[in-house]
Design a protein. Sequence first.
Length: 119
Amino acid sequence: MYKSFKEMPIWQDAMEIAVKIFLLTEKLPKKEDYSLTSQIRRSAVSISANIAEAFGRQHIKDKINFYWFSRGSITETMSHLEYGYRVNYFSKDEVSDINKKLEVLNNNINKLIKTLNNR
C-alpha cells in the first residue's frame, strides 16, 4: 500500500503528462494565454490532482468518483490537444506522443476503478 499519492505510478504518469503539456504550451502565442494555454494546462493538472484527491478519500465510492473525474480530465486534455493540432499550434508527433501516454494512463485508471469496484 502506498503511503503517499506521490508513490502511485498513475499519479507519477499524470504529473509527467502535465509537465509535458506545460512545456508544449510554452510556445503558444500570447493571444492564447487566457484560452487554450490556460485550459489545456488546467485540464492536464486536474488529472493528477483528482488522483491525489482520490488517494485522500476514505470511502471507496468517493475514491472511484475522483478517478472518474480524472478520466474526464484526460479526455478534455485530448480534445484540447486535437484543437491545437487542427489550428497548427502542435505537430502530429507532439500530439501523438502525449495522446499515447494519456491512453495508457486512462487504461490504468480503468483497471484501478475495476479493482476498487470488486472490493
